[in-house]
Design a protein around this ligand. Structure first.
Ligand code: ZN
Ligand code: FE
Length: 256
């Protein structure tokens, strides 16, 4: 499994066996084609999570160059042709099944792909919905939709490897520390991620169990997180997770 860096902070995730590969959210074909060539891999499938340009920009060029099958969300404008997927559906590639989970919020039709077992543990491609230490901006969805989407992802097995589409971890963790200054797991995770970045390594994939422990957007029902959200916006209802999430998202948008 390879996170291919693209643009300033995107990752195009590539999964492969000895012959075939799949990529997720190729915003650009340029980082993918030389890797396929050098490793002697044929591109079997392209999985797309949502319609943003930094996730679909390379789809047509890759499909034309390789003949790969393209899968994407049922409810979004996509480069055609593709197989459109909705909740409960799945894509198959490399002999594996990738189950589709609807995760609206960042965009209205955003989907995630879950594989129950790849190399001994589950795998999640969540696009711009869940980031390590954060979540996507609410461009087309409501806080309640994003809360439900994050609840669905948080309910996945703890050892699920979380493959996010951006390297936003360190800036997310800076914000997470402002929300939960007393969270020891967060402090330790931040130190680990800082040394990874200093060594030029990706902080991803993360794990669902890690995110449950350190990501404020998965912790909107924790008293300390609700209290901090109320400190930002006194109108927050601390017993309503979506209300806490709305305030956290607004706070994060303004946070430097
Ligand atoms: Zn996006
Ligand atoms: Fe993106």
């Amino acid at each position: 499994m390879l996170p291919l860096p693209a643009f300033s902070d995107n990752y195009i995730w590539m999964l492969h066996d000895t012959r075939n590969a799949l990529v997720v959210d190729p915003g650009d074909a340029a980082p993918v084609l030389p890797v396929l060539r050098d490793m002697g891999l044929s591109l079997q499938a392209i999985l797309v999570t949502h319609h943003h340009g930094d996730h679909v920009g390379g789809v047509s060029a890759l499909r034309e160059a390789t003949g790969a099958a393209v899968y994407g969300p049922a409810g979004e404008t996509m480069p055609e042709p593709l197989t459109r997927l909705r909740h409960g559906g799945s894509a198959t590639a490399l002999g594996l099944r990738f189950a589709v989970i609807d995760v609206p919020g960042h965009t209205a039709g955003h989907i995630a792909y879950f594989c129950a077992d790849w190399d001994g543990a589950p795998l999640l491609f969540c696009g711009d919905t869940l980031f390590s230490g954060g979540c996507g901006r609410l461009f087309e969805g409501t806080p309640a939709q994003m809360q439900a989407s994050l609840d669905a992802l948080a309910a996945l097995p703890g050892d699920t490897r979380v493959c996010c589409a951006h390297e936003y971890t360190l800036s997310n963790l800076k914000f997470a520390r402002a929300v939960e200054p007393g969270n020891q797991a967060l402090l330790q995770y931040q130190a680990r991620c800082e040394s990874l970045r200093q060594a030029g390594q990706p902080t991803l994939p993360s794990r669902i169990a890690t995110e449950r422990a350190i990501n404020p957007f998965l912790r909107t029902r924790e008293a300390d997180v609700a209290q901090a959200a109320r400190g930002f916006d006194a109108h927050v209802n601390p017993r309503e997770a979506a209300s806490v999430l709305a305030a956290l998202r607004q706070w994060k948008n303004e946070f430097r």
